[in-house]
Design a protein around this ligand. Structure first.
Ligand code: HAM
Length: 451
């Protein structure tokens, strides 16, 4: 036998037993975004490398160490997106979305690629839910996107996390801060890593975000940007705090947040998990980036956004025991004996599926006993055996697999009969207020009056 090939380190498969969890998180993300007026966009998984060099910043860890970059057959330098913001800005400019009503509110669900050391909550391929808002400069807009992230977490039943906020000022006030940082790091130069040495001249704030432990230890006592904010940036930060308080969103000011990407101005924030199993994991990071659209060739355009790491989010949800809906069930397994019965079952299945039911038919030619066993294993709610006798009599017995109750249904009106049985089951559950036994498709069916 040939050797099997393993998945690449730092990547993950999602198997059917888990995929409904992803679907639920993604649906909740899009629903929450829609409630705030954010509409989905999709951009390519790869872009010209220059987009990230200029967008994310040449002195960041992401660009210097973590990008999946290759030369394609046309000799162009291409990079798998390490994050979603640069591509969103590129698409915003390329499609002239700045001519549409502003603010433009966009969101996305994407895969991202970073060559990082894989560990719990740190993958090389991971997924983000992100939002980007173009054309609003106010602190109210910052508060609104923070509120969106908070509503998303609340809708998922997440707990044990805090919101941390900071301001990293604008290019004007940051110049004085950069000088203060240079002065601070200058006499500690010999203890900095090589990458940070190059950052000292070009962008000393990046040293604050270095993952090397020695650099982190030195950075711990560095001056804080909050002490260098200009009047406008300070007012913006104070306004943000006021809006958050008015919205009832609790926060902590953490002067150490600098974020790992270069484009941020003023507000930066992170949602950090505090559950012992996911302690310190940053679930969501974002902020304002008023200079990026111009940096990438557009006219000046204020902007802000965030991205949630979906794998980390799921880890945090599992840790706190946040509820996930059940996977949608198989409503009916049609068990057949003989070719004529199979043909009839396939036709019935097509009709039922068109009505929105999940139906399976045996395609392996197994015995009735084996088909029943399979139906049981996949958790089918009902089974119906169709053989020569049933075809001749024109009736079939529908079996409730949970209670073993049987209902005889005419074959020629089987679809209507099955719908009635299912509807009765649902209304009984509602009458008995046993909502817990209902799955989302059940509820959809009840509300839509189907089934
Ligand atoms: P980021 O902080 O680099 O920001 O990533 C956002 C989130 O993605 C993180 O908080 C984390 O949950 C998740 N994440 C990052 N790297 C990994 C990894 N290697 N494995 C698993 N999860 C990871 C951005 O990407 C910005 N584009 C966010 C933004 C949007 N800012 C403004 N708009």
């Amino acid at each position: 036998m040939a050797a099997t090939i393993q998945a690449i380190k730092g990547t993950r498969d999602t198997l059917p037993a888990e995929s409904h969890k992803n679907q639920y998180i993604e649906r909740t993300a899009l629903d929450t975004a829609a409630a705030f007026g954010f509409r989905e966009m999709r951009t390519p998984v790869f872009e010209y490398t220059e987009l990230f060099d200029r967008g994310v910043g040449e002195t960041t860890d992401v660009v210097q160490k973590e990008m999946y970059t290759f030369t394609d057959k046309g000799d162009r330098s291409i990079t798998l997106r390490p994050e979603g913001t640069a591509g969103a800005v590129r698409a915003f400019l390329e499609h002239g979305l700045f001519n549409e009503p502003l603010p433009q509110k966009l969101c996305y669900l994407t895969s991202c690629y970073r060559y990082e050391k894989p560990q719990a909550g740190r993958l090389r391929e991971f997924h983000q839910f992100g939002v980007e808002c173009f054309g609003a400069a106010s602190a109210a807009q910052d508060a609104e996107i923070i509120s969106l992230a908070d509503s998303f977490f609340a809708a998922l039943g997440l707990s044990d996390y805090t919101l941390e906020i900071n301001s990293i000022g604008c290019p004007t006030c940051r110049a004085a801060y950069s000088n203060a940082l240079r002065a601070y790091f200058e006499d500690k130069k010999d203890r900095l890593c090589d990458t940070c040495l190059t950052r000292l001249d070009r962008n000393p704030m990046r040293i604050l975000d270095c993952k090397v432990p020695d650099c982190q230890a030195i950075a711990a006592d560095a001056p804080a940007m909050l002490d260098y904010l200009c009047d406008d940036c300070r007012a913006h930060f104070e306004n943000l705090k006021g809006y958050l308080t008015a919205l009832g969103i609790s926060y902590e000011v953490n002067p150490r947040i600098v974020r790992g990407l270069d484009y941020y101005t003023r507000t930066v924030f992170e949602f950090v998990s505090h559950h012992p199993q996911t302690q310190g994991l940053v679930l969501c990071g974002g902020g304002r980036y008023d200079g990026l659209v111009e940096e990438l060739g557009g006219s000046p355009m204020p902007a802000c956004g965030f991205a949630v790491g979906l794998e980390r989010l799921q880890m945090a949800m599992d840790a706190v025991g946040a509820p996930f809906p059940e996977a949608p069930p198989c409503n009916l397994a049609l068990v057949t004996a003989g070719e004529a019965a199979l043909l009839k079952a396939m036709a019935l299945a097509a009709d039922l599926r068109a009505e929105g039911y999940s139906v399976t038919v045996d395609t392996v030619g197994r015995s009735i006993k084996a088909q029943m066993k399979y139906a049981n294993k996949i958790g089918a709610q009902y089974t119906a055996v169709i053989g020569d006798n049933e075809l001749e009599a024109g009736t079939v017995k529908l079996k409730n697999m949970e209670t073993s109750d049987e209902t005889e249904l005419p074959l020629d009106t089987f679809c209507e009969g099955f719908s009635d049985v299912l509807m009765r089951r649902l209304t009984d559950a509602v009458a008995g207020a046993d909502f817990g036994s209902l799955t989302q498709p059940d509820i959809d069916r009840l509300l839509g009056g189907r089934g």
